[in-house]
Structure formats: C-alpha cells, structure tokens
Design a protein around this ligand. Structure first.
Ligand code: GLA
Length: 726
C-alpha cells in the first residue's frame, strides 16, 4: 500500500455539522458528506470533487431548507435513503408492511461503526424503528483509489412478527438543484450498449428491467452531467452501476426545486419479501462515483474498480486467453472429428482456448430439445468428450464448453421427470422463448440438481478450464404455484440462487474461467462480474456495429472482461463484408476471440490471422491491463480512435478505424493521453519519434487514407500503432 492509499483507507470518524452527527468519506479525489437531518433523516448533502479542507462544515455553507410552512417536509432535500413514512413525496427506497397492514417506517439513528474490510475503509450507519421492530444498516465501502463508494442496505427484523418488504432499494444518490443531462446505455439484442444522452427535466426518468435478467434493453449503469458538459476528458460526471443481474430499477427524478434524486436497486414491481423475526435482507451493491475528467475519466474509475476490487480474485490478474468458439462454424451440428479439425487449425493460428458451444449435449440437434440434459451426446462424441479435451490439451490449448443451466426445453429428460421445476402458472399455457422455459432457480432441489450436473461435467471428462454460462430468454409466467407465499420473492430468489451456484462452482473448481452470456449482452452487469470473469457483449459480431457496442460497453466496464470475436463475412447478422484485418483490429479492443468457420478460411486468411493474433499477444498487456482512452468516438463517417496506456505511461497502443470515409475529407488529429510529458517516445513500426508533451498536445494524424493514392480505399480502414518510451 502506498502512503496515499493508507491516508485514503483512513476510517471515517463521526464529526458534527451544526451540532448534528456528520461523516466525511474521502476517496483519492472526491469527498462524500453524510449528516443527520431533522428527525434523524440521513442526508447526503455533498458528493463531488474533494478538497483538502480540514473542516467538514466548510463544504456546507447553509444548506437551504424548504419554505417555512413546509419545513418539516424533506422534499428537495438530499435524502440518502428515503423510506415510506418519511415526510416526503418522492421515490422511496424502502416500504415495510406490518401484520396489521400499517406501512410507515420512521428510522432513528442508533450508532455508527467504522472498520477495515479487505483493506477498504467501511462505515456502517445503523438506524432502527422500534415500533416496526426493524433495524436498517447502511454500509458505505470506500474504494478510495478508484474514487468509488459501494452502498448497500441491510434490513433486519428485530421484532417478533413477520414483516413484508414491498420495496428494498440499495440507495438514493442526491444531487443539488441544477440542470443536468443523463447518460444511459440502452439497446436491444444485436445492438446493445448504445450510449444515449437526454436532458433531465421535471418528472422521473426510469431505467429498468422486468425481464428476469438485467437485459439488452437497458444496462444498470447511469451517468449524470451538468447540462452542456459533453467533453470526453473533462467536466463533472456522477455515475452509478448496480450489481444486480435480475429485474432492476433506477429512477432519476427532478424535484420541484431542480434537485435530482436518483434511486436504484431491485425492481419493486412484483417484488415482495417476507422477513421473519431474526432474518435479514441484504440489498445488492450500488457502486457510485464522481469524476472531474468527463465520461472517459468516469469509465476509467469503473474499469480500475472492476479490475482491482471487484472481479473474482482467482482470475482478475490473469491475462485472458485468445479463444476460439465453434458456434458460428458448426451451430448444433457438433461432431468430434470436425471439432478436432477446427481445434488443429485454431492451435496453428495461435489460439489458446478452444470452446465448444451449444450442441454437444443430450439430444441437442436444434433449439427445440435437450436444455436441462447436461450429459455428453454419445452419437456426436462416441468415445466421450475426453477424446476432444485430450486433443485440445495436446495441441497446447485450454478447453472450454457452453452451458445454459437456468433453462429447460419441454423436450428434455429433465422436464419429463420434473415438469414442475420450470416456472409455470397452473392452467395457463406457457409462453416459449427460443422454445425453452426457465428453471425455477429459487428451488433448492433445482439448484442442487443443476449444480451436480455441472460438477460432473467439470470433473468427469478431464480438465475443463472454461465455462460459458448462457441465458437465452426473458422470463414469463414466473409462477411457483406450490409456494404461493413466496410468489413475489421468486424473481430475486432466482438471482440469489444463481449467484450461489456460481459461488459453489468457483469454489470447487478454482481454475475454471467463467464467461457470462445472455443471448449476447443481456446479462453483462456488475452482478454477474462478481462471479464470472468475462462477458459476451453481443451476438452481433459485425465489426462496424461492434465499434459502437464496444464503445458503449467500455463506458461502464473494463476491456479486460469484454470478449470480441472475429467472424466470417458476409456477417451473419448484418450481411456486411469487412476485411479480415478490420475485423481483427476491432476485436482486439478487449479479449480477442475467433468465431468464424476457420475450416473454410483460405491459407492466406489463416496466415493473416496467425500474424494478427501474434500482434495482439504483443499488445494484450496494454489492452487488458492498461488504461483506456477513447480519443474519438465511433462515427458513421470518418475516423475514430481508442488508446490504451500502460499503468506507468511508458508504452501505448492507438487503434484507428474508419468504417466509412468521405472523399476529400482532411486528416483529423488525435491528441494522445496518459503519457509522460518529459519522456520521448518511439513508434514501433517506423521508428518515428516525438515527446510525450507533443503527442499529448499536437497529437498524431489519424491518417486513415493515403492522400497520394488516386484511388483511395475509403471504407473499412484500420491500423494500430505502438509507441514506447525511450
Ligand atoms: C446465444 C449466445 C451465442 C451462442 C448461442 C448458442 O445466442 O449468445 O453466443 O452461444 O446462444 O445457442
């Protein structure tokens, strides 16, 4: 630990503002202030740039209260966790129902506790309502180096009667009155993670999912900026990311006084949780932070947080291998000989991990059957899976396999034996998505059965080093008729159950690398990234579209977790034909994979691929372990550029792409970032030299076209260049 991080891991201690208890949470460059307001309401009156000011009250020059007749109301005030029962009318975080039907809660401050957990300073603020018999603990985990704070609430029944939680969000994040814009990541299957910006205006803007998974439509991430600040590398950004992979909710509410009240957590729609005496409910984590360095700065804080403090510890520092996935090559028609053939070609190209996708198990010849039967198909693997695994290992690669454990086809042995294991509503026809139903992961027997099947898969056939965990449909008829009193708990219990299964498997198979997938990027959230090491961001592998998807995804997540494949042309999703080099250069932005039918690639293509994979391995450390700067965002016409810099600033790679060019457009320059001002740098491919100062001030030309060429190739141009400090 550096001296700096020791300072920042300092435990917050109780101070006082106007005689009321207050706490200051310090990160490397930010401060968050908490204090108690009237009636012990927990307020968060400041969250932003840090200062060295010694006195906590310097930050709060007379916060404005409401007009005299409304002074008792908390609307427009920066409440950090409003509950139903508080004197306010905005979105609340907590609704508790008592057996007599009364629904109000009024929390009083009990105590504060500060401690170190895993090297991070943690503050717990404990509140209680004796009438209700509930205790609520707000936890603030300060990830000082990454300028983020993790929030969660624990709600504990300390009384003698059952309580019903109708809503239990993770936190509220207040911002002071002003005009703001909201940035979100919206999309759909095949066009995930589109960055949207819209003005926040009076009323509420709700982001959410009710699909069972965090979804392709909206990603549980947001950023808020003062209106008009759009710069990538400068300006204020408040951001949040919710670690929850099921139904979620985030409301950005502009109050009548123009204050902004953000709330986020488990989706309250169709949520309910019975809290028996002595039991507690812990909300998912909401990670929030502030940056003075624009959306780019905010993204780098989230990347660093994910890489250093969040991803599964066993693999977080291991470079992700170059993988080959045979899905697009063979779909369901998997056969051992053809997989071995693909594996040999992949190994020659320099691939390090060979993955067999869907189609290897049960009677799986199409998507109508076999989900739920995780045993090897004997017709496709007459000598067992081990034959392929041994061959892959002999070729010097790791072996990986695909599963979709939360799903079942009606045409499967599992469903025939246990039709009640799928969500269902008695006397109603189920709705099928991709011909499949969702298994009830809230049930202990379902989880135990699936865990045992996966345990056998991972142990019975030799060493499997990688598991791709898929989830291919939204949930409908989410019923559990045998347990009517748990009906509204099912959505959340499923997700807790999923995390449990993943935790068990990780513990039993610590060497296995896990990838999360959900029909592309439908569940690529922080919740999954607590238990999986990387994610598949989209089934759309078209390189041009992928630029947007990857730009959007890396607003919220690290390139170290983002898997990108090079596939065939014409592209399966768009019909577009991009050159192999362009496809590779785009896929090199994160974890490189190949997903094309390499059995059909020409010798020249295989040679080019081998060369490009070798080049990727040379810069992999920069891409997966460096800092990422988008120098120009993807545009329909013209160049875009993204840079990765080593942690010490001594080496950098810049990728430049142009999907479509405009004849006659002059060369744009891109100013590099993150270099050492005083050092000189040399470009690897041509020996050109410049200083860090000049590269960051004047930049380099994003020269996508040779202007001397009378017939220039304007479309699908790409290159990358590496600069090393001398
Ligand atoms: C989903 C995934 C794909 C592939 C198929 C297999 O669509 O996103 O990558 O695994 O399932 O059925």
């Amino acid at each position: 630990m550096t001296t700096d991080s020791v300072i920042h891991a300092e435990l917050p201690r109780r101070e006082s503002i106007d005689g009321r208890p207050a706490w200051r949470l310090r990160t490397r460059t930010t401060d968050v202030l908490l204090c108690l307001g009237a009636n012990d309401a927990l307020l968060l009156p400041y969250w932003g740039a840090g200062g060295q000011s010694a006195s906590i009250s310097d930050y709060l020059l007379h916060p404005q209260g409401n007009r005299p007749s409304q002074r008792a109301f908390l609307d427009g005030q920066p409440v950090a966790y409003p509950v139903y029962g508080d004197a306010l009318f905005k979105e609340v975080c907590l609704v508790i129902v008592r057996p007599d039907g009364s629904r109000d809660t009024r929390l009083s401050f009990v105590e504060d506790r500060a401690q170190h957990i895993d090297g991070h300073a943690v503050l717990d603020l404990v509140f209680a309502d004796e009438l209700v018999g509930v205790r609520v603990t707000h936890r603030f985990t300060i990830i000082a180096e990454c300028d983020v704070i993790i929030r969660r609430a624990t709600i504990e029944n300390q009384g003698s009667r059952n309580l019903m939680l109708e809503r239990a969000l993770s936190a509220a994040l207040p911002l002071p009155p002003d005009v703001y814009d909201a940035y979100t990541l919206h999309g759909q299957w095949g066009r995930e993670f589109e960055l949207n910006c819209r003005p926040l205006a009076a009323g509420k803007f709700v982001l959410e999912s009710r699909r069972g998974m965090s979804s392709h439509d909206a990603h549980p991430w947001f950023a808020v900026r003062p209106r008009g600040e759009h710069a990538e590398h400068s300006g204020s950004v408040w951001f949040g990311s919710l670690a929850w992979s099921g139904n979620w909710f985030c409301s950005l509410e502009v109050e009548p006084n123009d204050a902004v009240h953000v709330t986020a957590g488990i989706q309250p729609f169709d949520f309910g949780w019975r809290l028996e005496p002595g039991r507690q409910f812990v909300t998912p984590d909401l990670v929030g932070g502030y940056s003075d360095d624009g959306l780019g700065g905010a993204s780098r804080l989230l990347h660093a947080f994910e890489e250093d403090a969040w991803l599964p510890a066993s693999h977080k520092s291991i470079p992700r291998p170059v993988l080959y996935n045979s899905w697009e090559a063979t779909t369901f028609a998997v056969r051992v000989d053809q997989q071995i053939d693909l594996a040999r070609r992949a190994a020659k190209m320099g691939v390090e991990l060979f993955v067999v996708d869907d189609g290897w198990f049960g009677a799986r010849d199409n998507d109508f059957a076999a989900l739920g039967d995780w045993t090897v198909n004997a017709a496709k693997f007459p000598r067992g899976l081990r034959e392929l695994i041994d061959e892959v290992h002999a070729l010097g690669m790791q072996f990986g396999i695909w599963v979709e454990p939360e799903m079942v086809n009606p045409d499967s042995d599992l469903f025939r034996a246990h039709p009640d294991w799928a969500y269902h509503v008695d006397d109603r026809e189920p709705t099928y998505g991709r011909n499949q139903l969702v298994l009830n992961f809230a049930r202990d027997d379902v989880r135990a059965h699936i865990t045992e099947q996966l345990r056998r898969l991972l142990s019975d056939h030799g060493s499997i080093e990688f598991l791709k965990w898929d989830h291919n449909r939204s949930w409908t008829e989410v019923g559990w008729p045998e347990q009517p009193e748990l009906q509204r708990e099912v959505w959340a219990r499923h997700v807790f159950g999923l995390y449990d299964v993943l935790a068990t498997l990780r513990q039993e198979f610590p060497k296995v690398l896990f990838e999360s997938c959900a029909g592309g990027g439908g569940r690529a959230d922080l919740g999954m990234l607590r238990w999986t090491d990387q994610v598949w961001t989209s089934d759309n592998t078209d390189a041009a579209d992928r630029l947007n998807i990857q730009f959007g995804y890396t607003r919220a997540h690290s390139p170290r977790v983002m898997v990108n494949w090079v596939t065939d042309v014409p592209n399966q999703q768009t019909g577009r034909v991009a050159p192999l080099k362009f496809r590779f250069h785009v896929a090199m932005q994160g974890v490189l994979g190949v997903g094309g039918d390499i059995g059909e690639w020409s010798e020249a293509e295989l040679d080019e691929a081998r060369e490009l994979i070798a080049q990727y391995k040379d810069i992999r450390q920069l891409v997966q372990f460096g800092r990422q700067y988008w120098l120009r965002p993807p545009e329909p016409i013209g160049a875009c550029a993204v840079q990765y810099v080593s942690p010490t600033g001594d080496r950098t790679v810049i990728f430049i792409y142009q999907t479509r060019g405009l004849r006659g457009a002059g060369v744009r320059r891109v100013r590099l970032r993150g270099l050492e001002v005083d050092r000189r740098y040399r470009r690897e491919h041509d020996g050109a030299q410049s200083s860090g100062a000049a590269l960051m001030a004047a930049g380099i030309p994003a020269d996508v076209v040779d202007p001397r060429n009378p017939r220039p190739m304007l479309d699908f141009y790409s290159n990358f260049q590496v600069w090393n400090a001398i």
